[in-house]
Design a protein around this ligand. Structure first.
Ligand code: TYD
Ligand code: MG
Length: 451
């Protein structure tokens, strides 16, 4: 009898090794290599040959898009679902992936003859219970409790639905591979087969993928390069807000966000997140600054808070939530050196309100001013907002999309903007606001009355 050949595959990154290793040499994770049998390659012949064509003879044709009925979801998809595209929706368990997709099914089933919801996690009764909560009811939404990929593709080929949801990819398996559902091999193969099916049939497919910190379940990370669009659900359990972020999109821009609130009746869209994130802002207290941030193409006004107080231990504590910790340390050093603030013996806590994470450097100016405001106990005028990158010598640098940021702020009633000289110089109009260009951190503190 022929010996069964096996290999070892890292469940975190997909690295393949002929022998077992404790640590994956590729991604550095420990204890993630799992033995898998060599897969059979039968039935995987290319399904059709295509002829080479000159570029100028090809007619592009605009991609067909269908609205999901959820504006925030359409936005992150780049304006609706593209026919034949595969969309991966990733996120922690319990964040709301199944919920948002059931709501999207409801919208899409109005546009198509039928919509197929395949679940490998819940029974049709459980899905029905969720649908009732969401007030979704339709004879066009077809539920299928199935974990075999061959079964799903069979049903889908017969039914020819307008859209398919596969919840979740970790529970699916194909008979062509011997390893267990959820392993890298299975997850990758199932996704690749769904991709082939979507392209051939022009049916869009949503794939749900759980992200877990432990390497035991293959993360959707290994799928990112297979699918067309990758959306990640963010947000923490303590807050009702959920952010759907585009990480990759072959049919639209990345870094777009959609903002939702989890309610008793499912996810509701938040059309004006700036107002929401500022709604509970305490006025006229020190250590609170509003910055105008841009997420994708969407301006977002966010409050950054700082608490600076003398340390009670020998080592001052520095904590930041929502801003990169190293960035805060760096900005603290800039404040010490260039603005002469004594922060050496101070604990510094920074928080971006609403559970948001801001990664763009335009937040820098907000961080330095809020720290200074808390240290000096001088409140910043609530009608002032700012944006700008801070360089290591304390200079304030220009950031992109200044006009969009100012427009958003003007819309919700801000009166005064602080930004870099360069941004100020390039502005064509002032949108009815008082605009102040500043050259360095000292200048900026002066402009908002902290000295
Ligand atoms: P779910 O969509 O099942 O999460 P996922 O598919 O990402 O694992 O959402 C689960 C959570 O959402 C659960 O904790 C309950 C909560 N929830 C609500 O608060 N309101 C609702 O209307 C629904 C359907 C769920
Ligand atoms: Mg789910």
């Amino acid at each position: 009898m022929a010996k069964i050949k096996t290999f070892f595959q890292c469940q975190a990154c997909g690295y393949v090794s002929p022998k077992w290793l404790g640590k994956c040499p590729d991604c550095g994770e420990w204890n993630t290599l799992v033995e898998e049998k060599k897969e059979s390659r039968q039935g995987r012949r290319p399904s059709g040959r295509s002829e080479p064509q000159p570029l100028n003879t090809i007619t592009s044709g605009k991609e067909k898009r269908t609205s999901t009925g959820i504006k925030e979801l359409d936005r992150v998809l780049g304006g609706g679902v593209v026919a034949g595209s595969v969309i991966l929706v990733g996120g922690d368990p319990g964040i709301g992936k199944s919920t948002v997709l059931m709501q999207a099914m409801s919208g899409l089933s109005k546009k198509y003859e039928s919509a197929l919801y395949v679940s490998g996690e819940e029974s049709p009764e459980q899905i029905k219970m969720r649908a009732e909560r969401l007030s979704v009811d339709s004879d066009r939404i077809i539920l299928l409790a199935e974990t075999s990929l061959e079964g799903i593709i069979d049903t889908a080929s017969k039914l020819q639905p307008g859209v398919i949801v596969v919840d979740s990819i970790q529970t699916m398996y194909t008979e062509e591979i011997f390893s267990a559902p959820g392993s890298v091999g299975q997850v990758r193969e199932c996704a690749a087969r769904l991709m082939l099916f979507a392209k051939k049939s022009e049916i869009p497919v949503f794939i749900v993928g759980h992200v877990t910190k432990e390497g035991t379940i293959a993360g959707p990370r290994v799928l990112e390069h297979i699918v067309d669009t990758v959306l990640y659900f963010e947000g923490d359990r303590g807050h009702p807000y959920r952010i759907l972020r585009t990480v990759k999109n072959r049919f639209g821009s990345t870094n777009e966000i959609g903002v939702f609130e989890m309610t008793d009746a499912g996810l509701s869209e938040i059309e004006n997140p700036s107002e929401l994130f500022l709604s509970e802002r305490p006025l006229n207290v020190s250590g609170s600054t509003v910055i105008a941030s841009i997420e994708g193409t969407r301006p977002l006004m966010v409050e950054i808070q700082a608490l600076v107080s003398p340390t009670t231990f020998g080592m001052p504590r520095r904590t930041s939530i929502g801003v990169d910790f190293n960035r805060v340390n760096l900005l603290t050093a800039v404040l010490e050196k260039n603005a002469g603030l004594h922060l050496g013996g101070m604990d510094i806590f920074i928080n971006v309100v609403g559970g948001l994470k801001i990664i763009e450097p335009a937040i820098d100016l907000g961080v330095v001013t809020t720290i200074a405001s808390s240290l000096r106990e001088i409140p910043i005028d609530p009608k002032v907002f700012m944006f700008g990158e801070v360089g290591l010598s304390g200079e304030i640098r220009a950031v992109a999309y200044a006009e969009q940021r100012i427009k958003e702020a003007a819309k919700i009633g801000f009166k005064k903007a602080v930004m870099s000289m360069t941004n100020h110089g390039r502005l064509k109009e002032s949108f009815g606001l008082e605009i102040i260009g500043v050259k360095d951190v000292e200048d900026a503190l002066e402009a908002i009355g902290i000295r």
